[in-house]
Design a protein around this ligand. Structure first.
Ligand code: LLP
Length: 408
Protein backbone atom coordinates (compact mmCIF):
# COMPACT_ATOMS: atom_id res chain seq x y z
CA UNK A 1 0.00 0.00 0.00
CA UNK A 2 2.91 2.37 0.65
CA UNK A 3 3.59 2.68 -3.08
CA UNK A 4 0.01 3.84 -3.53
CA UNK A 5 -0.12 6.15 -0.53
CA UNK A 6 2.98 7.93 -1.90
CA UNK A 7 0.58 9.56 -4.37
CA UNK A 8 -2.31 9.91 -1.94
CA UNK A 9 -1.11 11.41 1.33
CA UNK A 10 -3.59 10.91 4.20
CA UNK A 11 -3.57 14.59 5.23
CA UNK A 12 -4.50 15.63 1.71
CA UNK A 13 -7.20 12.96 1.48
CA UNK A 14 -8.72 14.24 4.72
CA UNK A 15 -8.70 17.78 3.36
CA UNK A 16 -10.30 16.73 0.10
CA UNK A 17 -13.01 14.77 1.93
CA UNK A 18 -13.70 17.70 4.23
CA UNK A 19 -13.99 20.19 1.38
CA UNK A 20 -15.46 18.11 -1.46
CA UNK A 21 -17.50 15.71 0.67
CA UNK A 22 -17.72 11.95 0.21
CA UNK A 23 -17.91 9.76 -1.76
CA UNK A 24 -15.27 11.37 -3.94
CA UNK A 25 -12.93 9.96 -6.57
CA UNK A 26 -9.42 11.25 -6.04
CA UNK A 27 -6.87 11.08 -8.85
CA UNK A 28 -3.14 11.70 -8.80
CA UNK A 29 -1.95 13.65 -11.83
CA UNK A 30 1.62 12.49 -11.10
CA UNK A 31 0.64 8.84 -11.09
CA UNK A 32 -1.41 9.19 -14.29
CA UNK A 33 1.49 10.92 -16.06
CA UNK A 34 3.92 8.36 -14.73
CA UNK A 35 2.12 5.50 -16.49
CA UNK A 36 1.93 7.55 -19.71
CA UNK A 37 5.64 8.28 -19.62
CA UNK A 38 6.46 4.67 -18.78
CA UNK A 39 4.61 3.65 -21.94
CA UNK A 40 6.37 6.27 -24.05
CA UNK A 41 9.76 5.15 -22.75
CA UNK A 42 9.13 1.45 -23.25
CA UNK A 43 7.97 2.00 -26.84
CA UNK A 44 10.36 4.79 -27.85
CA UNK A 45 12.04 2.67 -30.54
CA UNK A 46 8.70 2.03 -32.23
CA UNK A 47 7.15 5.50 -32.04
CA UNK A 48 3.54 4.26 -31.88
CA UNK A 49 0.49 6.46 -31.69
CA UNK A 50 -1.02 5.98 -28.23
CA UNK A 51 -4.78 6.40 -28.21
CA UNK A 52 -5.94 6.55 -24.59
CA UNK A 53 -9.05 4.36 -24.19
CA UNK A 54 -11.47 6.91 -22.78
CA UNK A 55 -13.92 4.32 -21.54
CA UNK A 56 -11.55 3.68 -18.63
CA UNK A 57 -11.93 7.24 -17.40
CA UNK A 58 -13.23 10.05 -19.58
CA UNK A 59 -12.86 12.84 -17.05
CA UNK A 60 -11.92 15.97 -19.01
CA UNK A 61 -9.06 16.98 -16.72
CA UNK A 62 -7.34 13.57 -16.99
CA UNK A 63 -7.92 13.40 -20.75
CA UNK A 64 -6.36 16.85 -21.10
CA UNK A 65 -3.22 15.52 -19.37
CA UNK A 66 -3.01 12.66 -21.88
CA UNK A 67 -3.63 15.02 -24.82
CA UNK A 68 -0.86 17.34 -23.62
CA UNK A 69 1.53 14.35 -23.64
CA UNK A 70 0.82 13.96 -27.35
CA UNK A 71 -1.57 11.06 -26.94
CA UNK A 72 -4.65 10.53 -29.04
CA UNK A 73 -7.91 8.93 -27.94
CA UNK A 74 -9.77 5.71 -28.57
CA UNK A 75 -13.50 6.45 -28.35
CA UNK A 76 -16.44 4.06 -28.46
CA UNK A 77 -19.43 6.38 -28.69
CA UNK A 78 -20.47 9.76 -29.95
CA UNK A 79 -20.43 10.91 -26.34
CA UNK A 80 -16.81 9.90 -25.92
CA UNK A 81 -15.93 11.60 -29.21
CA UNK A 82 -17.56 14.76 -27.90
CA UNK A 83 -15.58 14.51 -24.68
CA UNK A 84 -12.34 13.77 -26.56
CA UNK A 85 -12.64 16.85 -28.76
CA UNK A 86 -13.59 18.96 -25.74
CA UNK A 87 -10.56 17.72 -23.78
CA UNK A 88 -8.22 18.79 -26.57
CA UNK A 89 -7.29 15.57 -28.34
CA UNK A 90 -6.26 16.32 -31.94
CA UNK A 91 -8.96 14.93 -34.29
CA UNK A 92 -6.19 13.36 -36.38
CA UNK A 93 -5.25 11.24 -33.35
CA UNK A 94 -8.74 9.98 -32.51
CA UNK A 95 -9.96 6.55 -33.52
CA UNK A 96 -13.50 5.25 -33.07
CA UNK A 97 -14.03 1.63 -32.01
CA UNK A 98 -17.06 -0.38 -30.94
CA UNK A 99 -19.43 -2.95 -32.32
CA UNK A 100 -22.56 -0.84 -32.76
CA UNK A 101 -21.99 2.68 -34.03
CA UNK A 102 -25.13 4.42 -35.26
CA UNK A 103 -25.43 6.34 -38.54
CA UNK A 104 -25.43 9.55 -36.50
CA UNK A 105 -22.23 8.58 -34.69
CA UNK A 106 -20.51 7.64 -37.96
CA UNK A 107 -21.45 11.01 -39.47
CA UNK A 108 -20.17 12.80 -36.37
CA UNK A 109 -16.84 10.95 -36.72
CA UNK A 110 -16.56 11.87 -40.40
CA UNK A 111 -17.46 15.51 -39.81
CA UNK A 112 -14.84 15.65 -37.05
CA UNK A 113 -12.24 14.27 -39.50
CA UNK A 114 -10.88 11.72 -37.04
CA UNK A 115 -7.98 9.43 -37.98
CA UNK A 116 -10.16 6.40 -38.74
CA UNK A 117 -13.13 4.29 -37.76
CA UNK A 118 -12.55 0.73 -36.55
CA UNK A 119 -15.50 -1.11 -38.12
CA UNK A 120 -16.60 -4.50 -36.85
CA UNK A 121 -19.02 -5.95 -39.40
CA UNK A 122 -19.93 -5.92 -43.09
CA UNK A 123 -23.10 -4.03 -42.36
CA UNK A 124 -21.20 -1.39 -40.43
CA UNK A 125 -18.76 -0.94 -43.32
CA UNK A 126 -21.73 -0.36 -45.61
CA UNK A 127 -23.25 2.11 -43.12
CA UNK A 128 -19.92 3.98 -43.01
CA UNK A 129 -19.83 4.06 -46.81
CA UNK A 130 -23.38 5.48 -46.93
CA UNK A 131 -22.53 8.11 -44.29
CA UNK A 132 -19.43 9.14 -46.25
CA UNK A 133 -21.47 9.32 -49.47
CA UNK A 134 -24.04 11.57 -47.78
CA UNK A 135 -21.26 13.89 -46.62
CA UNK A 136 -19.37 13.58 -49.94
CA UNK A 137 -16.14 12.46 -48.23
CA UNK A 138 -13.94 9.37 -48.21
CA UNK A 139 -14.00 7.59 -44.85
CA UNK A 140 -10.71 6.26 -43.51
CA UNK A 141 -11.46 2.72 -42.45
CA UNK A 142 -9.85 0.12 -40.27
CA UNK A 143 -11.36 -3.28 -39.54
CA UNK A 144 -11.30 -4.98 -36.21
CA UNK A 145 -10.34 -8.55 -36.89
CA UNK A 146 -10.84 -11.34 -34.48
CA UNK A 147 -7.44 -13.03 -34.15
CA UNK A 148 -8.89 -16.01 -32.23
CA UNK A 149 -6.39 -15.68 -29.40
CA UNK A 150 -7.13 -16.50 -25.76
CA UNK A 151 -5.91 -13.74 -23.43
CA UNK A 152 -6.63 -15.82 -20.28
CA UNK A 153 -8.68 -13.21 -18.47
CA UNK A 154 -12.18 -12.79 -16.98
CA UNK A 155 -14.82 -13.98 -19.45
CA UNK A 156 -16.62 -10.62 -19.40
CA UNK A 157 -13.48 -8.85 -20.62
CA UNK A 158 -12.10 -11.46 -23.03
CA UNK A 159 -12.84 -10.28 -26.56
CA UNK A 160 -10.49 -11.86 -29.10
CA UNK A 161 -11.81 -15.41 -29.40
CA UNK A 162 -14.03 -16.61 -32.25
CA UNK A 163 -17.58 -16.73 -30.94
CA UNK A 164 -17.30 -13.33 -29.26
CA UNK A 165 -19.40 -10.47 -30.62
CA UNK A 166 -16.28 -8.52 -31.58
CA UNK A 167 -14.54 -8.09 -34.92
CA UNK A 168 -14.68 -10.06 -38.15
CA UNK A 169 -12.75 -13.15 -39.22
CA UNK A 170 -9.67 -12.76 -41.41
CA UNK A 171 -11.58 -14.27 -44.34
CA UNK A 172 -14.39 -11.78 -44.08
CA UNK A 173 -11.92 -8.93 -43.49
CA UNK A 174 -10.15 -9.79 -46.75
CA UNK A 175 -13.39 -9.53 -48.71
CA UNK A 176 -14.32 -6.27 -46.96
CA UNK A 177 -10.93 -4.60 -47.57
CA UNK A 178 -11.06 -5.50 -51.27
CA UNK A 179 -14.59 -4.09 -51.45
CA UNK A 180 -13.58 -0.91 -49.57
CA UNK A 181 -10.55 -0.34 -51.79
CA UNK A 182 -12.90 -0.22 -54.77
CA UNK A 183 -15.34 2.22 -53.16
CA UNK A 184 -15.10 5.96 -53.86
CA UNK A 185 -16.24 6.61 -50.28
CA UNK A 186 -13.96 4.27 -48.33
CA UNK A 187 -10.22 4.31 -47.83
CA UNK A 188 -8.80 1.29 -46.01
CA UNK A 189 -5.93 2.51 -43.82
CA UNK A 190 -5.61 0.20 -40.85
CA UNK A 191 -6.31 -3.11 -39.16
CA UNK A 192 -7.10 -3.62 -35.52
CA UNK A 193 -7.37 -6.26 -32.83
CA UNK A 194 -8.17 -6.05 -29.14
CA UNK A 195 -7.93 -9.36 -27.34
CA UNK A 196 -9.26 -8.42 -23.92
CA UNK A 197 -8.53 -6.54 -20.74
CA UNK A 198 -6.38 -7.35 -17.69
CA UNK A 199 -3.83 -9.19 -19.84
CA UNK A 200 -0.48 -9.68 -18.12
CA UNK A 201 1.46 -11.63 -20.69
CA UNK A 202 2.91 -10.36 -23.96
CA UNK A 203 2.44 -13.79 -25.56
CA UNK A 204 -1.19 -13.44 -26.70
CA UNK A 205 -0.28 -10.05 -28.18
CA UNK A 206 2.68 -11.58 -30.06
CA UNK A 207 0.40 -14.30 -31.37
CA UNK A 208 -2.35 -11.90 -32.46
CA UNK A 209 0.15 -9.41 -33.92
CA UNK A 210 1.83 -12.15 -35.92
CA UNK A 211 -1.52 -13.18 -37.39
CA UNK A 212 -2.42 -9.57 -38.14
CA UNK A 213 0.94 -8.85 -39.81
CA UNK A 214 0.64 -11.96 -42.00
CA UNK A 215 -2.85 -10.86 -42.96
CA UNK A 216 -1.71 -7.32 -43.80
CA UNK A 217 1.01 -8.80 -46.04
CA UNK A 218 -1.54 -10.98 -47.81
CA UNK A 219 -3.74 -7.94 -48.27
CA UNK A 220 -0.86 -6.02 -49.85
CA UNK A 221 -0.46 -8.84 -52.36
CA UNK A 222 -4.09 -8.19 -53.33
CA UNK A 223 -3.29 -4.54 -53.91
CA UNK A 224 -4.60 -3.13 -50.61
CA UNK A 225 -1.83 -1.57 -48.55
CA UNK A 226 -2.49 -0.37 -45.02
CA UNK A 227 -0.69 2.25 -42.95
CA UNK A 228 -1.71 1.41 -39.39
CA UNK A 229 -1.62 -1.72 -37.25
CA UNK A 230 -3.66 -1.25 -34.08
CA UNK A 231 -2.88 -3.72 -31.29
CA UNK A 232 -5.64 -2.53 -28.95
CA UNK A 233 -5.46 -2.07 -25.22
CA UNK A 234 -5.72 -4.53 -22.41
CA UNK A 235 -2.33 -4.43 -20.71
CA UNK A 236 -3.27 -5.10 -17.11
CA UNK A 237 -2.73 -3.40 -13.79
CA UNK A 238 -3.41 -5.58 -10.76
CA UNK A 239 -5.63 -4.03 -8.11
CA UNK A 240 -3.28 -2.51 -5.58
CA UNK A 241 -0.36 -2.09 -7.94
CA UNK A 242 0.98 0.03 -10.72
CA UNK A 243 1.06 -1.44 -14.18
CA UNK A 244 3.80 -3.98 -14.78
CA UNK A 245 6.59 -2.81 -17.08
CA UNK A 246 5.20 -2.81 -20.64
CA UNK A 247 8.69 -3.49 -22.08
CA UNK A 248 7.85 -7.15 -22.86
CA UNK A 249 4.78 -5.94 -24.76
CA UNK A 250 6.92 -3.44 -26.67
CA UNK A 251 9.46 -6.13 -27.49
CA UNK A 252 6.77 -8.53 -28.70
CA UNK A 253 5.17 -5.93 -30.95
CA UNK A 254 8.53 -4.63 -32.21
CA UNK A 255 9.42 -8.19 -33.14
CA UNK A 256 6.42 -8.28 -35.43
CA UNK A 257 5.98 -4.74 -36.73
CA UNK A 258 9.43 -3.12 -36.77
CA UNK A 259 10.59 -2.56 -40.33
CA UNK A 260 7.16 -3.21 -41.86
CA UNK A 261 6.52 0.50 -42.48
CA UNK A 262 3.27 0.21 -40.50
CA UNK A 263 2.59 2.78 -37.77
CA UNK A 264 1.70 0.93 -34.58
CA UNK A 265 -1.30 2.13 -32.56
CA UNK A 266 -2.00 1.18 -28.95
CA UNK A 267 -5.17 1.82 -26.94
CA UNK A 268 -4.29 1.53 -23.27
CA UNK A 269 -6.95 2.47 -20.76
CA UNK A 270 -6.86 0.70 -17.43
CA UNK A 271 -3.08 0.45 -17.12
CA UNK A 272 -2.83 4.25 -17.28
CA UNK A 273 -5.83 5.23 -15.20
CA UNK A 274 -6.43 2.46 -12.63
CA UNK A 275 -3.44 3.06 -10.33
CA UNK A 276 -3.98 6.84 -10.55
CA UNK A 277 -7.30 6.90 -8.72
CA UNK A 278 -9.03 5.90 -5.52
CA UNK A 279 -12.54 6.15 -4.19
CA UNK A 280 -12.78 7.90 -0.85
CA UNK A 281 -15.80 7.15 1.31
CA UNK A 282 -16.83 7.77 4.88
CA UNK A 283 -17.86 5.12 7.37
CA UNK A 284 -21.48 5.55 8.40
CA UNK A 285 -22.15 2.58 10.70
CA UNK A 286 -20.69 -0.68 11.96
CA UNK A 287 -22.83 -3.76 12.42
CA UNK A 288 -22.57 -7.50 12.89
CA UNK A 289 -24.63 -10.17 11.23
CA UNK A 290 -23.84 -13.75 12.23
CA UNK A 291 -20.06 -13.99 12.07
CA UNK A 292 -19.76 -11.11 9.63
CA UNK A 293 -18.47 -7.65 10.47
CA UNK A 294 -20.03 -5.05 8.25
CA UNK A 295 -18.80 -1.54 7.70
CA UNK A 296 -21.51 0.53 6.07
CA UNK A 297 -19.95 3.31 4.02
CA UNK A 298 -21.43 6.19 2.06
CA UNK A 299 -20.12 4.82 -1.26
CA UNK A 300 -21.90 1.96 -3.00
CA UNK A 301 -22.04 -0.24 -6.06
CA UNK A 302 -23.47 2.65 -8.05
CA UNK A 303 -20.18 4.48 -7.41
CA UNK A 304 -17.86 1.50 -8.02
CA UNK A 305 -19.46 -1.56 -9.58
CA UNK A 306 -16.32 -3.62 -10.26
CA UNK A 307 -16.42 -5.72 -7.06
CA UNK A 308 -20.07 -6.63 -7.67
CA UNK A 309 -19.77 -7.15 -11.42
CA UNK A 310 -16.41 -8.90 -11.79
CA UNK A 311 -15.59 -9.98 -8.26
CA UNK A 312 -12.71 -7.49 -8.40
CA UNK A 313 -10.77 -7.21 -5.15
CA UNK A 314 -9.71 -3.61 -4.66
CA UNK A 315 -7.43 -3.01 -1.67
CA UNK A 316 -9.05 -0.88 1.01
CA UNK A 317 -7.48 1.07 3.85
CA UNK A 318 -8.71 3.20 6.69
CA UNK A 319 -7.36 6.73 6.68
CA UNK A 320 -6.35 7.88 10.16
CA UNK A 321 -5.55 6.14 13.43
CA UNK A 322 -6.14 2.39 13.67
CA UNK A 323 -8.08 1.02 16.65
CA UNK A 324 -7.67 -2.51 17.88
CA UNK A 325 -6.63 -5.64 16.03
CA UNK A 326 -7.41 -6.26 12.37
CA UNK A 327 -10.36 -8.54 11.60
CA UNK A 328 -12.10 -9.52 8.38
CA UNK A 329 -14.70 -6.92 7.46
CA UNK A 330 -17.04 -6.34 4.54
CA UNK A 331 -17.29 -2.78 3.32
CA UNK A 332 -20.79 -2.32 2.00
CA UNK A 333 -22.85 0.57 0.71
CA UNK A 334 -26.41 1.80 1.26
CA UNK A 335 -27.84 0.23 -1.93
CA UNK A 336 -30.60 -2.35 -1.47
CA UNK A 337 -28.76 -5.36 -2.91
CA UNK A 338 -26.60 -8.05 -1.33
CA UNK A 339 -24.22 -7.52 -4.25
CA UNK A 340 -23.56 -4.02 -2.99
CA UNK A 341 -20.08 -4.37 -1.56
CA UNK A 342 -16.80 -2.58 -2.13
CA UNK A 343 -14.70 -5.17 -0.32
CA UNK A 344 -15.30 -8.57 1.25
CA UNK A 345 -13.33 -10.00 4.14
CA UNK A 346 -10.83 -7.16 4.07
CA UNK A 347 -8.48 -7.33 7.06
CA UNK A 348 -8.99 -4.02 8.80
CA UNK A 349 -8.87 -2.60 12.32
CA UNK A 350 -12.14 -1.37 13.80
CA UNK A 351 -13.13 1.82 11.97
CA UNK A 352 -14.71 4.70 13.82
CA UNK A 353 -17.96 6.18 12.51
CA UNK A 354 -17.01 9.11 10.29
CA UNK A 355 -13.61 7.62 9.52
CA UNK A 356 -12.45 7.71 5.91
CA UNK A 357 -11.93 4.56 3.92
CA UNK A 358 -10.01 4.52 0.63
CA UNK A 359 -10.68 2.00 -2.12
CA UNK A 360 -7.55 1.84 -4.25
CA UNK A 361 -7.01 1.16 -7.95
CA UNK A 362 -10.31 2.78 -8.79
CA UNK A 363 -9.06 5.23 -11.42
CA UNK A 364 -10.22 3.04 -14.30
CA UNK A 365 -13.77 1.78 -14.83
CA UNK A 366 -14.73 3.42 -11.52
CA UNK A 367 -16.42 6.72 -12.15
CA UNK A 368 -16.91 5.89 -15.84
CA UNK A 369 -19.11 2.90 -14.90
CA UNK A 370 -20.89 4.69 -12.09
CA UNK A 371 -24.63 5.28 -12.18
CA UNK A 372 -27.39 7.00 -10.26
CA UNK A 373 -28.92 3.68 -9.15
CA UNK A 374 -31.10 4.13 -6.06
CA UNK A 375 -31.24 7.80 -7.10
CA UNK A 376 -27.84 8.42 -5.64
CA UNK A 377 -26.23 11.51 -7.18
CA UNK A 378 -22.89 10.62 -8.73
CA UNK A 379 -19.73 11.28 -6.71
CA UNK A 380 -17.46 14.29 -7.05
CA UNK A 381 -14.00 13.96 -8.60
CA UNK A 382 -10.81 15.67 -7.43
CA UNK A 383 -7.35 15.83 -8.95
CA UNK A 384 -4.18 16.05 -6.89
CA UNK A 385 -1.95 18.53 -8.71
CA UNK A 386 1.05 18.85 -6.37
CA UNK A 387 2.44 17.75 -2.98
CA UNK A 388 -0.28 19.64 -1.14
CA UNK A 389 -2.52 20.96 -3.90
CA UNK A 390 -5.65 19.63 -5.50
CA UNK A 391 -8.71 20.86 -7.31
CA UNK A 392 -12.24 19.72 -7.92
CA UNK A 393 -12.60 18.43 -11.51
CA UNK A 394 -16.27 17.45 -11.25
CA UNK A 395 -18.74 18.69 -8.70
CA UNK A 396 -20.97 16.28 -6.84
CA UNK A 397 -24.30 15.82 -8.59
CA UNK A 398 -27.37 17.28 -6.92
CA UNK A 399 -30.93 16.02 -6.58
CA UNK A 400 -31.82 18.45 -9.38
CA UNK A 401 -29.27 16.69 -11.60
CA UNK A 402 -31.10 13.42 -10.96
CA UNK A 403 -34.26 14.73 -12.58
CA UNK A 404 -32.82 17.30 -14.98
CA UNK A 405 -33.65 15.24 -18.09
CA UNK A 406 -37.05 14.05 -16.91
CA UNK A 407 -40.27 15.18 -18.54
CA UNK A 408 -43.33 15.01 -16.30
N1 LLP B 1 -9.67 -0.79 -26.97
C1 LLP B 1 -10.84 -1.46 -27.09
C2 LLP B 1 -11.41 -1.68 -28.41
C3 LLP B 1 -11.48 -1.92 -25.93
O1 LLP B 1 -12.63 -2.59 -26.05
C4 LLP B 1 -10.93 -1.66 -24.65
C5 LLP B 1 -11.60 -2.12 -23.42
C6 LLP B 1 -9.71 -0.95 -24.59
C7 LLP B 1 -9.10 -0.54 -25.76
C8 LLP B 1 -9.05 -0.62 -23.29
O2 LLP B 1 -8.71 -1.76 -22.57
P1 LLP B 1 -7.85 -1.61 -21.21
O3 LLP B 1 -6.47 -1.15 -21.60
O4 LLP B 1 -8.54 -0.62 -20.34
O5 LLP B 1 -7.87 -2.96 -20.64
N2 LLP B 1 -15.13 -2.63 -17.41
C9 LLP B 1 -14.09 -3.65 -17.38
C10 LLP B 1 -13.11 -3.49 -18.51
C11 LLP B 1 -13.74 -3.52 -19.89
C12 LLP B 1 -12.78 -3.32 -21.01
C13 LLP B 1 -13.49 -3.17 -22.30
N3 LLP B 1 -12.67 -2.82 -23.41
C14 LLP B 1 -13.42 -3.63 -16.01
O6 LLP B 1 -13.78 -2.80 -15.17
O7 LLP B 1 -12.55 -4.45 -15.73
Amino acid sequence: MSMLSRYFRPALLREIAARAGTPVYVYSGDSFLKQIRTYKKAFRGLDPLFCYAMKANSSGALCALAAAEGWGADVVSGGELYRALRAGFAPGKIIFSGVGKTAGELEYALKSDILFVNAESREEVLALERAAARLKVRARLSLRVNPDVDPHTHKFISTGLLGSKFGVSFDEALRLYVYAAGSPHLEPVGAHFHIGSQVFSARPYALAAGRLAAFILKLASRGVSLRYADAGGGWGAKEGGEMPDPAPLAAALAGVFQGTGLRLILEPGRSVAAPAGLLLARVLYRKKSGKKNFVVADAAMNDLVRPALYGARHPVALIGPARGPAAPRDIVGPVCESGDFLAQDALLPEPAPGQLVAVYSAGAYGFSMSSQYNSRPRAAEALITGPSSWRLIRRRETYEDLVAAEIL
